[in-house]
Design a protein. Structure first.
Length: 440
């Protein structure tokens, strides 16, 4: 008990030793710190960077910059005393603006301002709008623009609609900070239509509408009734001639797995049976194969391809299946990362035009590169079931792989699985694949 009393007494003594003034006086100095010194200004697209030197003043806590943009918006930013610059941004167009830069004490007292005059160049949303190319696409339009600064930009797409207040109806959005902005919108009629596109930045500045009138390209599903399995070749190292055998990695990937009650075959990829039977599918051997793994389909005739739709191995009673089987959805042999190639084919005999080397640009064109994501955008494996009802809807709709238009006709396509959801799994499992494009 005596020990406890001594401890309390000691704590009380330490508290009182702080002094009455220390307890009641607010922290921070009421004295203004010295000014910063502006050293340099560098102007970029839509923003400027002001470099400064800090004063030798222990009373300095941080630096604050204040300015008004060319469209009348008051803005400010702060920088700690560990930095030597501030970013001045938010401008509607190229302009000149005065920036006041203050040293601020720990008591929130401001110094006299140092002044910097900045002259930001035309902002990224305007330069991207100026170089943007809008052109017809399959059942819609595609947009390509350069965004050299990597600023976060939003592209909004419209079609003419005289019944709306401004005469436009929004048909799509795209948001990205990529240096090359590339997007498409589909589901439009193949009739002459007036379209418009405009770009917005993070400061709610909008470019003018960029209008174009054209007829979207016609698109149809490729005729699955004439699809066929197609074998690629390897080159014999001695003769230099193409050889067609199981040593070709593509052909080896075609070899099917089987189990009791299975109905596994290569042509199950295009039998128009989606989500109905997990036992009726494309399923490669679980051993003896490795990733990346690919298969090749002869479409039967040449198309300008726009996209592919892919469904994983699964079944769902709501889709007419015999039972809900999700054991390979976002796990096991479901592809996570895929690439689809088209062959540079110019003749009637495919054998001498389908090299095994998928990286050979004289033989193959990369059409699309994509991930089969969950509804929330993630690519993490799940442990059981389908993960969420939203995931089930994604699976029901299928995964779309959009193609870059290579400007040439494609008859032979090659589906390459780079990564599966199941760690340590090498057997690729799919239910269905459809291709779309134009044979005109």
């Amino acid at each position: 008990m005596a020990g406890k009393f001594c401890f309390i007494t000691l704590v009380a003594a330490l508290f009182l030793s702080c002094g009455e003034d220390d307890v009641n006086t607010p922290h921070g100095s009421a004295q203004a710190p010295q000014k910063v010194t502006v050293d340099n200004i560098i102007n970029y697209e839509g923003m400027s960077v002001v470099y400064f030197s800090l004063p030798d003043d222990k009373n300095l806590k941080y630096v604050k910059a204040e300015w008004t943009t060319d469209d009348g918006v008051a803005m400010n930013t702060t920088a700690s005393f560990y930095t030597d610059s501030v970013v001045i941004q938010g401008f509607k167009d190229a302009c000149t603006a005065d920036v006041k830069i203050y040293s601020v004490s720990s008591g929130d007292v401001y110094s006299e301002p140092a002044t910097a005059q900045v002259s930001p160049k035309r902002p990224p949303y305007l330069t991207a709008s100026e170089n943007m190319v809008v052109s017809p696409y399959f059942l819609g339009l595609k947009i390509l623009a350069q965004n050299s600064t990597g600023a976060r930009l939003s592209i909004y797409m419209y079609r003419e609609n005289t019944k709306t207040p401004d005469g436009w109806e929004e048909i799509g959005q795209y948001h990205s900070s990529a240096t090359i902005l590339s997007c498409r919108v589909g589901k439009q009629d193949t009739v002459e239509t007036k379209f418009a596109v405009r770009i917005k930045d993070n400061f709610n500045h909008w470019s003018d509408y960029k209008t174009s009138t054209f007829t979207p390209m016609w698109e149809t599903e490729c005729d699955r009734l004439i699809f066929a399995e197609c074998q690629v070749h390897r080159i014999d190292p001695e003769s230099g001639e193409p050889v067609f055998d199981a040593e070709s990695t593509d052909w080896d990937g075609h070899q099917m797995h089987s189990w009791s009650g299975s109905n596994v075959a290569f042509n199950k990829l295009w039998d128009d049976e989606k989500m109905k039977s997990a036992a009726s599918c494309y399923h490669t051997k679980p051993s003896g194969t490795k990733l990346p793994q690919s298969f090749c389909i002869d479409l039967g005739k040449a198309y300008t391809l726009s996209r592919a739709m892919v469904w994983p191995r699964a079944s769902d009673t709501r889709m007419g299946g015999s039972g809900d089987d999700w054991q390979h959805v976002y796990k096991g042999g479901m592809p996570k990362h895929v690439r689809i190639y088209g062959a540079r084919y110019t003749g009637d005999d495919p054998k001498h035009n389908l090299p095994d080397d998928i990286s050979d640009p004289t033989g193959w064109i990369l059409l699309g590169d994509d991930y089969f994501r969950q509804a929330d955008g993630s690519v993490d494996p799940i442990t059981s079931g389908v993960g969420s009802e939203d995931n089930r809807l994604v699976l029901e709709a299928g995964f779309e792989v959009e193609f870059e238009d290579p400007g040439t006709k494609i008859r032979y396509v090659r589906f390459q699985t780079i990564e599966l959801y199941g760690a340590g799994t090498s057997a690729v499992m799919l239910s269905e694949i459809e291709f779309y494009g134009s044979d005109k």
